[in-house]
Design a protein around this ligand. Structure first.
Ligand code: TPP
Ligand code: SF4
Length: 499
């Protein structure tokens, strides 16, 4: 007697979570959710083996509403997170739910790599040609000229076409469907679920609040048959309200032709979703309204080795050869070293507390606490040789050049080691009688006496300065040098203040 218990047959309602759905009434997302809940029971994979991973956006709220595992992840990163999930657990049934903004703006890079790897995952891109969640900015799929909150004069960005991207990355399954075309939507989701490899599905989804009617040409009863073309494997590309039009190849380009008058279905392009070369699928993905009917259905369904399976095989082979791995051992073997704690700080907690105090002091103390050393003050006509002698005699690297202008003493420049090196160099002896004003750095960056040490350090680091003069009420009052700061920090670390 068999001890196996038959798995319960699930219904759509079994896949509904207990969360309130927070999409706007009338949003196309509802229809996709409803079809997903209908399709999953027919696939027969248990809920506990199913994971929905999303990014950020209205569409990305999807995992909350499914009674499966779910990860509402980081903006644009759902493909990367799903790659991790599927690689770690190849037995799971993994779906990525994303929007045109999430997948193609911030997440373009991640999408591309997930697709090219051909993991066995399904990516459903809800394309509403707008940023819905953030209230109506244009997205990478918004058409040229689209007026939105962020393109008030009309978009001048050439739009991306999601299927062209997917085919360019050689996706093994590529399809398009429409939110309101529920039978077709269900069929496409089923095909995607059954495909082994990355299935990429674009759903035309109406955002009735911020981009209402974006796909009206493809959904309105009066126009949809002329503006869309249902792809069927092995069948000619026929479309039109009266099925009297078709797509023919003219050289490398598609063209719309009328059937009859000498043109038969045999003259048309035949759809081959199994073609290993993606060129024809790409050509179909470029057929756009209003020049062409837009194809819906499966563009491409081919086989290629699966990343997750091959990775799993490599891991199994390595385990068989080397045994189970141990991360701790891995981290501590081979070319590793230990960074010893400074002798003065046997206790790392003490070391970190001291560093924190120093940081606080640097932020709170003003530059007077540095007790800057005295620097020579010279007039602009002082011979540069004399200034050099002063620097050597005082053992400092910079002099302030001060002039009297309108009866006021004013800093007009500084003469530093760098000026000596860059502007005098080996000519110092011959130029020694020239005035320092010819070699100084005029109008240097300055600090105020009330500035904090952190601010001085920031200025030095950004400008690459070793000395910055200090002004008190626009008068030169001293000079901060890198040496002052090092002395201050060392003193603090040794508990001696700035001495
Ligand atoms: C790092 C980061 N950048 C930007 C945003 C703002 N933001 C949230 S959702 C979104 C785009 C949503 O558009 P889409 O992916 O098309 O989803 P929809 O809301 O239309 O379903 C943006 C830009 C964010 N949340 N995080
Ligand atoms: S803002 Fe648009 S996409 Fe978002 S829930 Fe509302 S209708 Fe749907």
């Amino acid at each position: 007697m068999s001890t196996e218990t038959a798995l319960p047959v699930l219904k759509a309602s079994d896949f509904a979570s207990d969360q309130d759905v927070r999409w706007c009434p009338g949003c196309g997302d509802y229809s996709i959710l409803a079809q997903m809940k209908k399709v999953l029971p027919t696939i027969g994979i248990p809920r506990e083996n199913t994971v929905f991973v999303s990014g950020i956006g209205c569409s990305s709220r999807f995992p909350y509403y499914m009674n499966t595992y779910g990860i509402h992840s980081i903006h644009g990163r759902a493909p990367a997170v799903a790659t991790g999930v599927k690689t770690a657990r190849p037995d799971l049934f993994v779906w990525v739910i994303t929007g045109d903004g999430d997948a193609l703006s911030i997440g373009g890079n991640h999408l591309m790599h997930a697709i090219r790897r051909n993991l066995d995952i399904n990516i459903v891109l809800f394309n509403n040609r707008i940023y819905g969640l953030t209230k109506g900015q244009y997205s990478p799929t918004s058409p040229l000229g689209k007026v939105t909150k962020s393109t008030p004069a009309g978009s001048v960005d050439n739009p991306l076409h999601p299927l062209s991207i997917a085919i360019g990355c050689e996706a093994t399954f590529v399809a398009r469907t429409i939110d309101v075309n529920i039978k077709h939507l269900g069929m496409v989701l089923t095909r995607a679920a059954e495909h082994r490899g990355t299935a990429f599905v674009e759903v035309y989804q109406n955002c009735n609040v911020f981009n209402d009617g974006a796909f009206e040409y493809a959904t309105d009863k009066a126009t949809k048959n002329d503006n869309t073309l249902q792809l069927e494997h092995g069948k000619p590309l026929v479309f039109g309200e009266n099925r009297d039009k078709g797509i023919r190849l003219n050289g490398m380009d598609p063209e719309v032709v009328e059937l009859g008058k000498g043109i038969t279905e045999d003259d048309l392009l035949f759809h081959d979703e199994k073609a290993t070369e993606p060129s024809l699928a790409y050509l179909l993905s470029r057929m756009r309204h209003p020049d062409f009917p837009e194809p819906i259905g499966v563009f491409r369904a081919v086989d290629r080795p699966l990343f997750d399976v091959e990775m799993d095989q490599q891991i199994s082979a390595a385990v068989e050869k080397q045994g189970e791995g141990d991360l701790d051992t891995l981290f501590n073997t081979g070319d590793t070293w230990l960074v010893e704690v400074e002798e003065a700080y046997d206790d790392p907690v003490e070391a970190s507390a001291t560093a924190n105090h120093l940081e606080q002091d640097i932020l709170n103390d003003d530059i007077a606490s540095l007790q800057p050393r005295e620097h020579p003050v010279v007039s602009p006509d002082t011979p540069v040789g004399e200034v050099l002698n002063l620097l050597v005699a005082k053992g400092v690297g910079c002099a302030a050049v001060v002039d009297t202008i309108d009866g006021q003493s004013q800093l007009v420049g500084i003469f530093s080691e760098r000026d000596a090196l860059m502007r005098l160099n080996t000519e110092a002896a011959t130029l020694r009688d020239r005035p320092v004003s010819q070699f100084m750095t005029a109008a240097p960056e300055t600090l105020k006496v009330s500035d904090k040490i952190a601010f001085a350090m920031h200025k030095m680091s950004v400008g690459g300065f070793r000395h910055i003069p200090i002004l008190d009420d626009d008068r030169f009052s001293g000079m901060v040098s890198v040496r002052d700061i090092v002395r201050y920090a060392t003193g603090k670390l040794q508990g001696n203040g700035a001495s």
